[in-house]
Each structure stands twice: as C-alpha cells, then as structure tokens.
Design a protein around this ligand. Structure first.
Ligand SMILES: *Cc1c(COP(=O)(O)O)cnc(C)c1O
Length: 227
C-alpha cells in the first residue's frame, strides 16, 4: 500500500469508529489545498469523491486537470465578493458563507444546469481574532436569505473552525456550542443535515460532539509546507 492509501484507510476507519459510537454517520471531506492534482487523483482512485479547497484559482486549476473524474468540490476558504461568480459556477458546495451580501451574487451566478449550490453558514463560534464566520446571532438571518434564494442555493447547515486550543476542554465546548446552534437552526429549517467541524487534530472529538462532516487535510495528504 502507498502511504496515502495507508493514511486514507486509517482515517476512514477512525471516522467510522467515532461515528458508530454516536450511532450516526460522518462524512469525510478531503482537504486538498496546496496539494497537487495527482494527490487528489490518488485518493479518488481509492473511492474518495468529496474534496475541499480554500482558494478559488487553485481549485479551478485542479478541476481542469481532473475533469475526467466525477468529484464533489467544496469551497471552504473565505469568499471575497469578487469571487462569487467563480464560486457559484465551479463548486458543488460553499462551506464559508458568512455575510448577507454574498447571497444575491451567488444566486445570480449559479448556473441552473448545475442544480442548487449547497451552502453551509460559517460561524465564528469562539475565535475573537478570526475575521471569518458570522456571529451566532446572525445565523437565522443568513439562513432565511439562503432559503429564500432557492432553487439557486440550498441551505444544508453550519461550518466552524474553532480556535486551536492545546487543551481539549475549550475545543469540546466550542463543538458542543455548534451542536446547539445546529439544533436551533434545524427547528426553523428541518431539511438541514450537515454540521461541518473537526480537522486532522480533533475530528474524533468533533464527531463525538455532533459533527456530520469532518474536513481533513494534513492527516491524509501529509503536512503542508504552506497554508
Ligand atoms: C486547511 C483546512 C482544513 C484541514 O486542516 P488539517 O489540519 O490539515 O486537517 C479544514 N478546514 C479548513 C477550513 C481549512 O482551511
């Protein structure tokens, strides 16, 4: 087995184990930022279909190289307004919606032939220093705007990147807070089904606290030399 095959098999088994303990499923998003298209192709050959990218231009270059494969592309990095058109045209999911003014351009540019853009609202759950993610009290308004933009957009849930504490206790608290926000969102939007949280260092903890999708980069592809 190649090293990426070993890593993939191990991560899938750990996700499965953590999810089974919760009597649920959890999906793997393979975060391929800074990694070459060839690395994506390798994982695709092992059965992985869902890939996450932070930068629109980098993602488009890889998509062109991998056009022969049927993959699901998630944009997980901060979205600038001048990139809404490319995001709407070239991604299946946007996990980083964090402000109202992006909703109309995303809906306008979504090609009807691609079906709805699947949208997660990114929440700044505990990181005062981070500029991405909305405040918890902004979720309801954003969710209503996304729902109103159907059929161009489809609201699927929430995403968060809690601050990287050494200590697991504050991380667990941030994940638990996200779970509460997710449950509250589901009361107004019963079709919402995705809570995206947890990365290489803490995905098992995130699943224990309710994540339905984990976003894993370095544990699958090896350490990044740049972010
Ligand atoms: C880079 C990144 C990840 C993956 O991080 P790893 O620690 O490499 O697993 C997940 N989510 C987002 C939003 C990222 O930018």
């Amino acid at each position: 087995m190649s090293s990426s095959e070993t890593a993939f098999t191990e991560i899938c088994a750990r996700i499965e184990h953590a999810a089974t303990q919760q009597k649920r499923g959890a999906k793997l998003l393979a975060v391929s930022k800074t990694k070459p298209a060839a690395a994506v192709r390798l994982l695709a050959a092992l059965g992985q279909r869902r890939f996450g990218e932070n930068y629109v231009q980098e993602a488009l270059a890889k998509q062109r190289e991998l056009a022969d494969l049927t993959l699901e592309w998630h944009l997980i990095g901060p979205l600038q307004s001048n990139k809404c058109r490319e995001a709407a045209e070239h991604f299946d999911w946007l996990q980083s919606l964090d402000r109202l003014k992006l909703v109309a351009p995303l809906a306008r540019w979504r090609p009807p032939t691609r079906g709805p853009l699947q949208v997660l609202i990114q929440v700044n759950v505990d990181d005062e220093a981070s500029k991405s993610g909305c405040r918890p009290d902004e979720i309801a308004g954003l969710a209503a705007a996304v729902a109103a933009a159907a059929p161009a957009l489809q609201l699927r849930g929430l995403m968060a990147i809690p601050a990287p504490h050494e200590d697991p206790a504050p991380r667990r608290a941030a994940f638990a807070r996200m779970r509460e926000l997710f449950e509250a969102l589901r009361r107004d939007h019963p079709d919402v089904d995705t809570l995206s949280m947890g990365m290489s260092e803490d995905f098992e903890l995130a699943i224990a606290e309710g994540a339905t999708m984990v976003r894993i980069g370095s544990a699958l592809f090896g350490a990044r030399t740049t972010t």
